[in-house]
Design a protein around this ligand. Structure first.
Ligand SMILES: [Zn+2]
Ligand SMILES: [Zn+2]
Length: 67
């Protein structure tokens, strides 16, 4: 699978992760690994209270939508 963001720009970069929100494939350059506690409110994942904040992988679009 190739990075979706790079593919839109005509590059073929191998994706190393997928955004957990929208499922977009992402390369190192385009992913954001964040440990923001973002599931207050529940959707799209059922509300769960983890003891620790867990790192999540997001694309830039979802990151900006959630923060
Ligand atoms: Zn990329
Ligand atoms: Zn996303």
């Amino acid at each position: 699978m190739h990075c979706y963001v790079c593919a839109q720009k005509g590059k073929e970069t191998v994706a190393i992760a997928t955004c957990i929100v929208c499922g977009m494939a992402l390369c190192q350059e385009h992913l954001i690994r964040s440990d923001i506690d973002m599931w207050e409110g529940g959707y799209p994942v059922p509300r769960q209270k983890a003891k620790k904040k867990l790192p999540r992988i997001l694309c830039h679009e979802c990151y900006s939508a959630l923060t």
